[in-house]
Design a protein around this ligand. Sequence first.
Ligand code: HEC
Length: 437
Amino acid sequence: MNKRKLAGLISALAFTPALAGAQTAADHPTYAKEVSRIIQDNCQICHQPGQIGPMSFTSYEEVRPWAPLIRMKVMEREMPPYQYDADIGVQHLKNDWRLSAEDIGTIVAWVDAGAPMGNPEELPPPKDFPAVGEWRLAAELGPPDHTIQSTPWNVPANGQDLWWEPEVDSGIAENRCIKAVETLPSKAAHGSTHHANSHFITQDENGEWVTYGRLSEFAFGKLGEKVPKGACRTAPANSKVGWSIHYYPDGKAVPNDQVTVGIWYQDEDFDEESAYPQDLRAYNLSGGGDFLIPPHGKLMTQGFHSFDHPVRLDSWQPHLHLRGVAMSMEVFYPETGRREVLSQASNWNAGWNHSHTYEDGYQPLLPAGATIILTAWYDNTADNPRNPDPDQWVGAGQRTTDEMSHAWIAVTHLDEAGYQKELEERDAREQRAMAAR
Ligand code: HEC
């Protein structure tokens, strides 16, 4: 059980109805005992001096003035920033930032009780955070085998948020299977590098440069990503890397800033022959065609994708622009007519980009012919707080003010034997769980 779940359980126990009758003012959660731990584990990585959070939450004195706003942001699940619905679809996610319902309840009860400090002796010791400017996967994997840097860019001290989208040579000479990737903002600009996505670009048979697949996705506070066991995601030779870096000036100018991606390759003894190929590509939500959202209007678009072999979906990352407000991924099984929601983000926010990576053994497994249904919803009315101008017609396009609709999905291409094997492993797990009950 992770710490967050444990803390949630403890606070849930503290509020069991049996105890509620005996509750006095002293039974309310306090900052010292419960809330400080939730803030440490879920907020301080960004909300401390020099990080991207606009205010620091490292002490009671710092947190207290924000208590009502914190209550609102956690209840609306806007903070921590991780827009993935809690009540539908696969809930086993790696590096899941969401607060448990119990933790949200604890914060709300604390604020409603007047946000008390409680007994300072119960405060936890300060938490250690990973050093900025260092690879977080290095502790486990050593330094990366290959690094790629974005073109230098002068980050101004102040101003609007900025997007920097250079292309660079990948420097990759031969196809290799990737074991892990991590994106590292510079130490100087770690407070202003909001997120940084990168993708491979390769030449097709006509010599045109086309997007090959995603390399890495980074949002502040994030660990790197490991490719699941037994899958080979290829780092393509003679490729380029396209960047999409979102800087948000934080008062400090950083000349010639560069973001770095590190790649760890599979070891020499990796059995590439028997590995299943995995790719991380963009799947569109509009049949590939154009669409138009009228002024003060709303729209829904869908995209359908299927494979002639069984697949495993390892991650899902919605991508929309400013009018996009929600996305879902469902699967339709033609043989039974069953339809199932796999993942949904009903409060999508273009300011944050997350690849939601399913835990091993919980990734959606699709038989050959099953159809993935991707649905996006757009709101071009004044009700959408991120809409810059509801009077515009909005079409599909690359600019931030155009609309976009795709989902990055990591797909492992299985064969019938691999598919059956995974099904059996999951059945066995279910059996064990049943027996343990
Ligand atoms: C990944 C980094 C990150 C994490 C983790 C994070 N925040 Fe934030 N937070 C931000 C940034 C950046 C902003 C300002 C921009 C925005 O609102 O998106 C912000 C804004 C806020 C605001 C102010 C919103 C406003 O309207 O002024 C509050 C309150 C807040 N966060 C609370 C929290 C709490 C409580 C947690 C933990 C439960 C948390 N945050 C976790 C980065 C983070």
